[in-house]
Write a protein that binds this ligand. Sequence first.
Ligand code: ZN
Length: 277
Amino acid sequence: MEQLTPHVYRLHIADTHAFHPGGTNIYFVGDPKREMVLVDSGEQDRKWTRQILKAYRELGRPRITAIVITHGHTDHIGGLDRVHAVIKAPVRCHPKLVDQLAAFLGTKKVVALRPRERIATGAGAVLQAWFTPGHAVDHVCYSLRSDGVVFTGDTILGSSTSTVQDLPRYMRSLATIQRLGPRTICPAHGKVVTATASWVNEYTSHRNLPERQVLEAVKAGVSDVDEMVKRIYPKNLKKKLRPAAANNVRQHLAKLKKEKRVTEVPARYTIPGLKRR
Ligand SMILES: [Zn+2]
């Protein structure tokens, strides 16, 4: 475990997921002698849970006032039941994730966050929740103003780009993080980022760049998503990452279609073997 700022302690868990190189980060926020908040509960894997609970003991078993969740993907909530069995703090998450987590833990244990809600962590440090959909519909980032930190979950990663479900919303979420002007970005995966402005810019332009390339591909007469992926992405793109790349292209096309900058031609139907006169 590593102390990053006066109120932020990071537990790094090594994993080898293709979508997020650089492993996973779990954070304890606050003052170990007083109160703390836990950010995310990791994968269902017992090895992960053991590491989280070991870190908790190393901190001296501080009183945990809340377990805050960045979003409902399994590598962030999978270990929640086992972690919660030891750290019996209320679980706080996006309203759209409440039912799923309540079914898992029991209704009274999960409480929906309000947009921009402030969560005290002890020692005067306060986390603030920012609804940041895009990577997932239920994504929440948390800012810790006293330390100049934003916990970006999977919206901004430390060692790679993220996958996106809803591009226009994702772009707005990046802008929200940019406005918060963090000195340190604490992502759920990969390295902690201190060159924050350039990293956020790179993230934004990475999303804008494929948009331009998608548009150029359409102009050049390419109308098939797989063909666009071949044109836009490097030739050595890992096979595992191709569906994510195709999804990224589809997201751009959906956005461009909404903005009436491209049109989609509906499929044409014919009878096999029928010759036109
Ligand atoms: Zn993740």
